[in-house]
Design a protein around this ligand. Sequence first.
Ligand code: F2R
Ligand code: MG
Ligand code: MG
Length: 372
Amino acid sequence: MMSGETLISKFKGALVGAVLGDCIGSIFEGLWAKSIAIEKVLKKVDKVESEAEKTDDEDRKIWEYTDDTAMARSVAKSLIEKKGLDPKHMAQMFSEEYFKEPFRGYGGGVITVFTKLKESHYLDPFRPAAEQFDGCGSYGNGGAMRIVPASLFAYKENDPKTLTGLVEQVTKLTHTHPSAVDGALLQSYAVDLALRGSGELKIESFCDELQKRMKEREESEAKKDKKKKGKEEDQPDMIKTSSDFPSLAYTEIIDEIKKCALQDPIPTSEEISERLGTDIAAYRSVPAAVYSFLRASTDINKLEGRNPFEKTIILAISLGGDTDTIATMAGAIAGAWYGLETIPQSWQRSCEAVDDALTFATELHKINTSDE
Ligand code: F2R
Ligand code: MG
Ligand code: MG
């Protein structure tokens, strides 16, 4: 049984870890490099740390968050305010947040969803997302990047089905492509396992448990697809099928994550980018986040003095590509496993909205520990 103190530290670690991954990762996002030398990431981290030492708040640089955190904040706020999922309310929060601060670096397609949501007065909050990309839905990682508060909210239930239902709905407000929904699920399961984990991180067991959950998901979706196909034959034009992207199931990708995390010597960033992906698709970025968390539990050249939370963020960014999003997802998992105490104070001081993340974590913890 986990103590209350440990659990609240894990809740705070998850939300703060996500914010820091986004703020520090976004320094490199625009580069879309296939890999970034660890020394280069360390140089920026040194800058983040030295700015934190400045006592005069006016002089001190604060690294700003992007769409990843903006959307996660709406997920947290809506779940806390409504004590559960109210799709219209959450959709309105996403859209209003975008129109208030459109400069946060949102994906190109999701802006259409926010616009349609606003114009339709949130009447059918799932419809605009379902219409994206000719009805196939977005396969972007925008669902997965913001999902961490859902894992915290559903923690008490300790039931993968409850978490699955919640994540599916939260994701489908903007992303309906099956690979985006399953990517968000993979990320939420990884955070959930990390919240429940303790002691030494065992790469193989962590991957096996993730795989078990994804297998249940994939089998249940395959059954639904079979039923749907039967109906489609009766009414061929009624149901829009999704595109056949991607080719590998997440359960198979987890095998690849495990191999990469256990490989000796450590794979190069270019190799990870090839094998797991580091781009804007959920299918090609959530695996890199899980990998970064797992690999950071081992020794990494040039990161000897850094703890596993710090190593997770630095490694995730060094993979290149969609750095803010891979680092935010990896940071959420690592923060959930290692807890707030492992997150450097200097990083927390140098990044925007850490205080809010701490408040949301406290509120979500309260919801989990109240008798209601
Ligand atoms: N967008 C960025 N970074 C670039 C920032 C540019 C900015 N204007 C600036 O320079 O400041 N980062 C953020 O976007 C990612 C999350 O994106 P999300 O929310 O998934 O958006 P979207 O639009 O749904 O999907 C992203 C793109 O993927 C392609 N795509 C998706 N589904 C598709 C489909 N079914 N068929 C074809 N293409 C599809 C499209 O190109 C979408 O625009 C995060 O990285 C976040 O940090
Ligand atoms: Mg972003
Ligand atoms: Mg990004």
